[in-house]
Design a protein around this ligand. Sequence first.
Ligand code: ACO
Length: 432
Amino acid sequence: MTDTQNAILRVGENEYPCPLLTGTENETAFDIRKLRAESGLISFDDGFGNTGSCESAITYIDGDAGILRYRGYPIEQLAEKSSFLESSYLVLYGELPTADQLERFRRRVQENAAIHTAMEHHFDGFPSHSNPMAVLSAMLNSLGCYYPEMASNRREEDLERFDEAAAMLLSKVRTIAAMTYRMKMGKPFTFPRRDLNYCQNFLHMMFSDPYHEYEDTAGLAEALDLFFLLHADHEQNCSTTTVRMVGSGHANLFASVSAGVCALWGPLHGGANQAVIEMLEEIHDSGDDGSRFIEDAKNGKARLMGFGHRVYKNYDPRARILGKAAERVLAAIGDANDPLLAIARNLEKSALEDEYFIERKLYPNVDFYSGLILTAAGIPVEFFTTMFAIGRMPGWMAHWKENASDPKARIHRPRQIYQGANQRDYLPIDQR
Ligand code: ACO
């Protein structure tokens, strides 16, 4: 990063130089860190749409060009050639692993699949209608209680144990998700197997019964692997920024990713994949071809879920990959003519030709096609956002580590413009 020159902010007679900060892809920011001290002014950026909150070396996005890279590698290349575990290693440690490094990482993840038996009883405390995201957040935070040496809230100690904690969280997040499903279904927990890979094991823990071993005849584990890989990181989105925010106060990794799960939960963020499939089902059930939904979106009555993105003002590259993958997976399970896929393609075509969407640069995002893949894999809609959380785990942890390792990192603490009542005197209750 280089400071080349200054941007000058002029307020009345006064000028305030703000150093320019240029990133490795030439994105330039002006640094206002000293502005308040020098001028009394703060910047205002509701929703942080134009605010760089950190410097990061993990993920690069060019939203106008539709580019996404993890550690410099284009998402298209990783989607074609890598795996979720290999890309997780890349996101976490900055480089593609050697064969030895990958094997050690894989083994560490595999050995950490089961959870402490005492934790099984935590599931008894949740009613069966609990939302899986609430359960996941609570369980990830509780997990830290079992490993206090990795969750000390003492930055150096937590960083020293990061590799162990990261492999554990990456592995157990999937076990907890599967156990939540079993708990909700009133079925016994299925223990992980050592001979299965990450996604095969997940499907096994979800769907194998004591009397019937789950068989993946349609390559669904591979489709899930791609789904997870495409969600592995996405720079400063709502949940990742939350993880960094919580971690900036030196909260441990477990607590920080647990907060990330809560941030991801909402329908404008990770909850959108669930909202998309519900929208497609509603369109299908009502016999509409999608035109009514497009009209409602244009009239401001509803948002076309799975469309639009704060950063992408072009086709989300992940949506392009997932659209093709959805077609492959549906064909593999013998559902090539799935009516929901046809409605999705129809909606996409209509929206891309519509002036409202063109003007606002609203394109399909990662959530638009992902639900079709998850449905094909037998994942209940209620678990879609949990699936996103499993995929996003490497990104959250990499950002926590990046922040924790930065000796200059400060606690995140934005300012505000106060627009409330001016000072007034307290009135006793009988005079109000
Ligand atoms: N359908 C219809 N209109 C939309 C949509 C949509 N999906 N998204 C944005 N718009 C319109 C807005 O109404 C606004 O129109 P206006 O200028 O006439 O007022 C304009 O486009 C800009 O929208 P903003 O809300 O300012 O865009 P913002 O960057 O704040 O929001 C967001 C981005 C939240 C993703 C939004 O596009 C949205 O709600 N999409 C649907 C939900 C969704 O798919 N979320 C998943 C995002 S990806 C992820 O988190 C993994």
